[in-house]
Unconditional design. Structure first.
Length: 392
């Protein structure tokens, strides 16, 4: 065991001296995670817009639409309201990007509603489709309420009722009352991590393959330069040489992912979940990556071939495993195929940990699959290494 630790230490010192492990396992994935979390909009982003409002009516119902109905959007922090003098000024504000959409209330708006005749509200928008749809929904809700009042008044008149101010007021109060139908938002069964956490985890699981490969690559390099023969001539067991390379890859993988977890938490506010559960998941992912990297390295004859082959495997599995696009947005077929990769199981567990109540039982399937992948591929890789990397 002491010989294996010495060999592992030597490999780690080499990787630190040439800075390759630091660049590929820490700096590059951290930079990409931060860039993706800031540049790519996600479900966790907050919507906010500005509406330019043209009130050509200046009546009571126009003021109600602007101050009360759209005022609720202002109170909720969804939008700001900017009064403008004309439709031309409103179009200019939308075109210049100063407003997401514009609402034009025509003259005679209040009079038409009170008379029970049709009227219109214009919504002007550019490319801000979300702002347009929010404005449309808001005006439509107001129109529905107005239509309900008009229907109540019309029904009262048609049945011989008295259309006095008290009747109109009761109709308005009925529309403003709570709906007899309650709409309740139920918790969704699918859980998904926020943007910063997803891309932090995605970059971590993709680039951990570049960290764990250095153990096997170091032994290939020893054989290529001829120094491996000196190790074999020394009173060191072949198993210790292989174990030393594996320990170096394990340490590099754990350090790389640990740094990414801490850095993304501090820099971009990622929420990884319970530290003990995250530590267990990270360790399982590193073992899976180390097993696959070891097996891939034994399929190559030179150091350059091993590095290139490992990169191809890592990037291909990342693409299938949902690293670049969340699997929740991918076709069902791809989501099923992705389960052959450790990336998909790792990211699935990260999504699960986004729920504060998540426990060990919730991520246990992912941990078990990661360990199974690591043991299966690593076992085959180590068996091949005894013949290919350290020939007798």
């Amino acid at each position: 065991m002491r010989a294996a630790l010495v060999i592992a230490g030597r490999i780690l010192r080499q990787r630190l001296r040439d800075r390759s492990a630091i660049i590929f396992a820490v700096i590059t994935p951290l930079g990409l995670a931060v860039a993706f979390s800031f540049l790519i909009p996600g479900t966790g982003s907050t919507f906010h817009t500005t509406y330019a409002v043209v009130d050509e009516d200046h009546g009571q119902l126009a003021r109600t639409l602007v101050d009360d109905v759209f005022g609720h959007l202002v109170s909720a922090g969804v939008a700001d309201i900017t009064p403008v003098d004309s439709e031309a000024a409103a179009r200019e504000a939308v075109t210049a990007g100063q407003a997401g959409a514009a609402i034009v209330i025509p003259a005679g708006f209040t009079t038409a509603i009170q008379a029970g005749t049709a009227t219109v509200v214009w919504i002007l928008s550019g490319e801000a489709t979300t702002a347009r749809e929010v404005a449309r929904a808001t005006v439509s809700r107001f129109a529905s309420d107005v239509g309900a009042v008009q229907l109540t008044i019309a029904t009262t008149g048609a049945t011989g009722g008295t259309l006095d101010p008290a009747t109109v007021q009761r109709a308005q109060e009925t529309v403003r009352a709570a709906s007899p139908i309650s709409v309740v938002d139920a918790a969704a069964t699918h859980r998904q991590a926020d943007l910063a956490t997803f891309y932090g985890a995605a970059m971590a699981i993709m680039f951990v393959f570049f960290a764990t490969q250095y153990g096997a690559l170091a032994l290939l390099g020893e054989r290529q330069t001829g120094t491996l023969n000196r190790l074999l001539a020394a009173p060191i067991r072949q198993a210790s040489i292989i174990l030393g390379g594996s320990l170096a890859g394990l340490v590099l993988g754990l350090v790389a992912m640990g740094v990414l977890v801490i850095a993304t938490t501090v820099l971009v506010g990622a929420h990884w979940g319970s530290p003990p559960l995250v530590a267990l998941l990270v360790a399982s992912a590193v073992l899976a990556a180390m097993g696959i990297s070891t097996l891939v390295a034994t399929l190559a004859k030179t150091l350059e071939q091993a590095g290139s082959l490992n990169a191809i495997v890592a990037l291909s599995m990342a693409a299938v495993g949902g690293v670049f696009i969340p699997l929740s947005r991918a076709p069902e077929t791809l989501a099923t195929i992705s389960l052959v990769t450790p990336h998909a199981w790792f990211l699935r567990a990260i999504d699960t940990l986004s729920t504060p109540s998540a426990g060990l039982a919730d991520i246990l399937p992912s941990v078990a699959m990661l360990l199974l992948m690591g043991v299966a591929t690593g076992g085959i890789g180590l068996a091949r290494a005894r013949r290919a990397l350290v020939p007798a």
